[in-house]
Design a protein around this ligand. Structure first.
Ligand code: UDX
Length: 453
């Protein structure tokens, strides 16, 4: 393709790390396929972060809170209202600017959390494609709820949903099992389905063999293009030019401390612990986790964001200095890919799960909210690559439970089986994104659609 003829795609993530990573990496992959891709972030985030990757363009829109972002909004509702009103207006201006600069936009790939992206795309006569950052199992639950096929509050102990195994109440996404706790997020989640039938394509960050039944059930209703896992190719045994790293870090990783420390450890001897970018643990839960890690007697690398640090029990760092390293943010992909790491204690955010699965690392799940309980169920019951920690009657995971779950993976026979399963899932993830794999084919079909439309 000649340079000026490259179809131009704008990629709009929800402005948080767990959404910027998969959509940003998808933009990298589009560039590696010969398209021009521009990642659209908010003015506030562009002031506080740096784009690392060079091949994807970066543009900004306003979310209505240019001096402080989400933290400055009065409520979640206020933030979501503002980003829809101000965001769609400024995104419209950006689309016009690109046209007058000679790089007209042919398609808007928007985070499915922003269904207004499709209305905007249609208004400008360009393709509009929602990108779902969570597994289709979770979206299938939301889909049934949206269409009134699943009633809340859920009263039955087990829930049957077409395409899925029967689910326990506690395995449903937090927004469904306790709808009163997050009304604004629940509305946002449900609005993903409000205009889906008008979308030109539907992208999901998963791969076919990972969710065979639910994807084939959904295919009868509307087709879905699986394009995941969106890990940079180098973590999937490939080195594709322009597909090197996630590109936009909202936190500064402590690279050398983590990697130097891991380099001194035996293969499979380290437990990596991280709860992603948003989860907030209660003081007591943090304490149980800390002592559970100590009692597991394993080496551990624990990411405790600076806002959570004060919850560490006093004397913990002192007492465990021989065994553990605590950092505020890690280069997670490099950590999970390191041979020293043999177990991942995770909140089961979808990116973390896909990353661990693609890098063959078994997991201990301590899900917190949103899609995480369902993801943890998939990890243990469907894919056999981890265990989910049991919550006691006080809503806590005790230190003993944490210790036992870690030991089950690092010492038990079940742990060996999980490692074998994890290896198998890694191979299937690589197969999906490899040349001619199901996810690679979905992206190629999209590229052809853009080139010939
Ligand atoms: C959120 C939701 O909580 C999650 O459930 C949803 O599926 C996506 O959005 P988050 O909680 O941040 O995301 O978790 P996760 O999905 O795991 O994403 C975190 C990302 O940050 C991962 O890509 C991970 O590699 C990265 N990360 C995390 C780091 O690079 N360093 C760290 O120290 C921790």
């Amino acid at each position: 393709m000649e340079k000026q003829e490259k179809p131009h795609v704008l990629v709009l993530p929800y402005p948080s790390q767990g959404h910027i990573n998969p959509l940003g990496q998808f933009a990298n992959r589009l560039v590696s396929k010969g398209l021009k891709a521009t990642l659209v972030t908010t003015i506030f985030l562009s002031k506080t972060t740096q784009l690392v990757s060079g091949s994807v363009g970066l543009e900004t829109i306003s979310d209505g809170y240019d001096d402080g972002g989400f933290a400055k909004a009065e409520s979640i509702e206020a933030y979501l209202d503002q980003i829809e009103v101000v965001g769609s207006r400024t995104l419209g201006k950006l689309i016009e600017k690109q046209a007058s600069n000679g790089t007209p936009v042919k398609c808007l790939v928007y985070d499915a959390f922003f269904p207004w992206g499709l209305d905007l795309a249609k208004r400008y006569g360009i393709m509009g494609v929602p990108f779902f950052t969570q597994p289709w199992t979770v979206n299938n639950i939301y889909y049934h709820f949206y269409h009134g096929l699943l009633k809340v509050p859920v009263l039955d102990p087990m829930v049957s949903i077409p395409g899925l195994v029967p689910l326990r109440l506690e395995d449903l996404p937090g927004f469904i099992s306790s709808p009163a706790s997050y009304p604004a997020y629940l509305n946002m989640i449900l609005s993903q389905f409000s205009n889906l039938e008008k979308a030109d394509l539907v992208f999901v960050n998963t791969f076919e063999k990972l969710e065979v039944e639910v994807l084939s059930w959904m295919a009868k209703v509307f087709p879905i293009s699986t394009i995941g896992p969106t890990l940079p190719s180098m973590y999937l045994d490939k080195r594709i030019e322009d597909d090197k790293n996630y590109g936009l870090n909202l936190y500064k990783p402590n690279n050398s401390a983590c990697m130097n420390w891991l380099n001194t450890r035996e293969p499979g001897s380290v437990v990596y612990v991280s709860f992603g970018s948003m989860a907030v643990l209660g003081d007591e839960q943090m304490e149980e986790l800390a002592w559970g890690l100590r009692d597991s007697n394993s080496y551990f690398l624990w990411v405790v964001r600076s806002t959570e640090e004060e919850k560490l029990p006093c004397k913990f760092l002192e007492e465990t200095s021989e065994k553990g390293l605590v950092v505020n943010w890690s280069p997670q992909l490099n950590v999970l890919a390191h041979p020293a790491v043999g177990c991942f204690v995770t909140h089961c955010g979808w990116n973390s799960v896909l990353e661990a699965l693609s890098l063959g690392v078994p997991m201990v799940g301590l899900p917190q909210w949103s899609d995480q309980p369902t993801n943890a169920m998939l990890v243990e019951d469907i894919w056999g690559v981890g265990v989910r920690a049991e919550i006691n009657e006080k809503g806590m995971v005790t230190r003993k439970e944490i210790e036992l779950c870690i030991r089950e993976i690092t010492e038990g026979n079940r742990g060996k089986e999980m490692k074998r399963n994890a290896k198998k899932w890694r191979e299937l993830a690589i197969e999906a994104v490899d040349d001619g794999g199901t996810s690679d084919n979905s992206i190629n079909e999209f590229v052809l659609k853009l080139v010939y439309n």
